[in-house]
Structures are given as C-alpha cells and as structure tokens.
Design a protein around this ligand. Structure first.
Ligand code: HEC
Length: 159
C-alpha cells in the first residue's frame, strides 16, 4: 500500500513536471514571436506608407528577429503540441523545413540590417524580409494561422 502511494505521488509529480514544461515552452515561443511582431508594427505601416520612414524602429525589428529567433526555435519540444497554442501539427511533421525557415530568417535579418541605410533601400529590402512571415503563417506556410488572426491574439495577455 505504502509503495503504491509513493508510486502514485511520484507519477503525479512527473505528470505535473511534464505539464509545466509544456506550458513553459509554449509561453517561451509565444513571447519570442510577440517581441518580433510588436517591434514589426511600425515598420509594417511604413512599408504601406501609413507612417513616415524612420530608421530606429526598422533596425529595432531586425534586431528583435536576430535576438528572438533562437528562443522561438527552441520552444517546440514534442510535449508542447497541445495547450494554449495555435501552432499546427506541421511544425513537428516538417521540423527540418520549419527550422530552416527560422535560421534563414535570422540570417536575412542581419543582412537586411546592413543593407537598409535610408528610405530608398528600406523600400527595396524590407518587403523581401517581411514576406518571410507568410512562409509560416496562412495557407502558404501552414505552420500557423494568417498573420492578421495571429495579431488578434496579442490583445490577450500571455499567462
Ligand atoms: C518560422 C515560422 C514563422 C515565421 C517566419 C513567423 N511566424 Fe509568427 N508564429 C509562428 C507560429 C508557429 C506561431 C504560433 C505559436 C504558438 O501559438 O505556439 C506564431 C505566432 C505568431 C503571433 C501570435 C503571438 C501570440 O500572441 O501567441 C503573431 C502576432 C505572429 N506570429 C506574427 C508574425 C509576424 C508579424 C511575422 C513576420 C515578421 C511572423 N510571425 C513570422 C511561426 C512563424
């Protein structure tokens, strides 16, 4: 009986630990993506001509991508497929391709940071990098919902 109780308690602790790890990973990757998406808001409006060009926010989002890509990539362990997430099963089915998009994204952000020196170069270089969002989001990517729907999620605080 005593052994059974100890076994039951140990199982509970293990289950709780697994659940906590899962929730932590989801939170980690969502935080990383939020940092990038938040920094990307103004540059996106500049791209559409809704805000005047300003170098500081452009360089900030390019830095945010480089700083958060690794954290995002590390946030998809096998036990984090379900829960407070909108990542699709494709992330785990096509992991090599998913990881390659992230690595190229971070490397391109670095190149883009060097290539953008003024408004003219911003207009040429930034849209190329921004198209990477669609490599994962929406029907083309298939790893997450459309960017517009994902942005709506940012109105709810992360737990
Ligand atoms: C490598 C693939 C990939 C790229 C590139 C990518 N995303 Fe994501 N994004 C995801 C996945 C997967 C999720 C879902 C994460 C989850 O819910 O677990 C996500 C979630 C989000 C969210 C929701 C964050 C939240 O509150 O949970 C926003 C907003 C977002 N992405 C915006 C963007 C924007 C803007 C870009 C381009 C600058 C971008 N993403 C590029 C894969 C990507």
């Amino acid at each position: 009986m005593r052994r059974l109780v100890i076994f039951a308690a140990a199982t509970l602790v293990a289950a709780t630990a697994a659940f906590a790890q899962n929730a932590d990973a989801i939170k980690q990757r969502r935080e990383a993506m939020r940092a990038i998406a938040q920094a990307g808001g103004d540059p996106f409006k500049m791209m559409r001509g809704e805000l005047p060009f300003n170098m500081a926010p452009v360089q900030a989002v390019l830095k945010a991508i480089q700083d958060n890509a690794g954290k995002f990539k590390a946030g998809f362990p096998d036990d984090s497929k379900t829960g407070a997430t909108e990542a699709t099963a494709k992330v785990w089915e096509a992991r090599a391709e998913f990881n390659a998009i992230i690595d190229k994204w971070a490397a391109d952000a670095k190149l883009t940071a060097a290539a953008i020196t003024d408004e003219a170069t911003f207009k040429v270089e930034y849209p190329k990098l921004a198209s990477t969002c669609g490599s994962c989001h929406g029907a083309r990517g298939g790893y997450a919902p459309g960017v517009g729907d994902s942005f709506k999620r940012m109105q709810t605080p992360l737990q």
